[in-house]
Design a protein around this ligand. Structure first.
Ligand SMILES: Cc1ncc(COP(=O)(O)O)c(C=O)c1O
Length: 395
């Protein structure tokens, strides 16, 4: 565990410390547990303002005061393609892009488009609940290969793993799609090129479509780590992959519904587009404006945000150092801490913490009872208040 970081001058240009009152603003995060008066550290949006360029573009739109239908423009496509080239060294052909209102609808549509009701879907848990529940939601059989759990607080090994050998051995002939979450929610793992290549080999051997949720690709917080889109590894892998990305987690604009599917294979793209027809609304007008502003002006803010998130993890780790019973690995990405509190023997840790005044995400929803997920995308003072309340339960 690392010590406090020295505040970087980067973070001083942007305000990540002033509390912004989100009560009574139609915020899911703040409404759900308002009656309990609990500090909301659950759903993955941040209590931090979006980049100044995004706020300015939305203010200008609000001033115009007209909110008619939007359309995808070359400027938006260029902004995303340039962002992907700079951030992940991935060269994207504009024809591959299909714009969608959300990543969750994206993987649901992908399943409908590319599998039949009898086809098995493979996922690996613990994982983001809409992925954990995807096969059930879509009425498909499911094969859940558990991620390999790291040894308790052993900082030497690589952390949560893809269980490649188990996965390779378990794939059944009726399996048709593999749902990948990378960077991984909730563990914060960012899979290496080598791990992704091994996963890709399995997909090729068994002719699986890969549905790759890479919504967290920009929020790499470990300076040694780089995000690799699995589709960027080879033309063969690109052809069998639907990659889902968005500016929503990165720039805190999840309420504006703007995401993108990258589908290099024309036939898979055609089937996906056919599914969307008539069932998805037009892209949210303000979402298009925000996404364009984020990708064209947001890079310096993102650099500073990463530093702020690292500092919050430093604070968490000071607290955790006094609580060795809690299992924890510093994530390589995301602003989410995945904590193993099984040693406390609590029947329902999330409920017990809620009763103590903090709303966290319940590990059971991710397929991992006894774990909790804590959202660190907030000012430091909010994190400290949450940790003080959590200490009443996890002493
Ligand atoms: C892995 C993952 N995928 C998708 C989403 C949400 O996607 P969207 O809001 O675009 O549907 C989240 C939100 O936390 C997530 O963590």
């Amino acid at each position: 565990m690392s010590a406090f970081s020295i505040p970087s001058s980067d973070t001083e240009h942007f305000d990540f410390s002033t509390a912004i009152d989100r009560q009574h603003t139609f915020s899911n995060k703040w409404e759900r547990y308002a009656r309990q008066n609990a500090i909301p550290m659950w759903v993955a949006d941040m209590d931090l303002a979006s980049p100044p360029g995004v706020k300015a573009a939305l203010k200008a739109a609000a001033e115009r005061g007209i909110f008619g239908y939007g359309t995808i423009t070359e400027a938006l496509i260029d902004a995303f393609i340039q962002w992907a080239a700079e951030q992940y060294q991935w060269t994207i052909d504009p024809q591959w892009l299909v714009w969608i209102p959300g990543v969750v609808p994206g993987f649901n549509f992908a399943v409908e488009a590319l599998t039949q009701p009898e086809d098995t879907l493979i996922h690996q848990s613990p994982v983001y609940p809409p992925i954990f529940n995807l096969a059930r939601t879509r009425g498909r059989p499911t094969l859940d290969i558990l991620l390999t759990e790291p040894a308790h607080n052993d900082s030497e090994n690589t952390g949560w793993g893809l269980s490649i050998a188990e996965l390779g051995a378990a794939v059944t002939p009726d399996a048709k799609a593999l749902i990948l979450c990378n960077p991984q929610n909730p563990t914060g793992r960012v899979y290496s090129r080598d791990e992704l290549k091994q996963l890709g080999d399995i997909a090729e051997r068994h002719d699986l479509t890969i549905i790759s949720d890479e919504i967290w690709a920009d929020l790499i917080i470990d300076p040694q780590t780089q995000h690799t889109p699995i589709a960027s590894l080879s033309p063969e892998l690109a052809a069998r992959t639907i990659t889902l990305m968005a500016p929503s987690k990165t720039f805190n604009i999840a309420g504006l519904s703007c995401s993108v599917a990258i589908i290099p294979d024309p036939e898979r793209r055609r089937l996906f587009q056919q599914q969307l027809r008539g069932l998805t609304p037009d892209m949210n007008y303000l979402g298009l404006i925000a996404a364009h502003a984020a990708w064209t002006t947001g890079a310096p803010w993102l650099k500073a945000l990463r530093q702020h998130i690292r500092q919050n993890f430093d604070q968490l780790e000071v607290w955790l150092n006094e609580r060795p019973r809690i299992g924890y690995r510093r994530p390589e990405a995301t602003f989410l801490a995945w904590l193993d509190v099984r040693a406390y023997g609590l029947e329902n840790p999330a409920q017990t913490l809620l009763d103590a005044g903090v709303a966290v995400s319940d590990g059971r929803d991710f397929g991992a009872p006894g774990f909790i997920r804590v959202n660190l995308g907030c000012p430091e003072a909010q994190l400290q208040a949450a940790l003080t309340a959590m200490a009443k339960v996890l002493d």
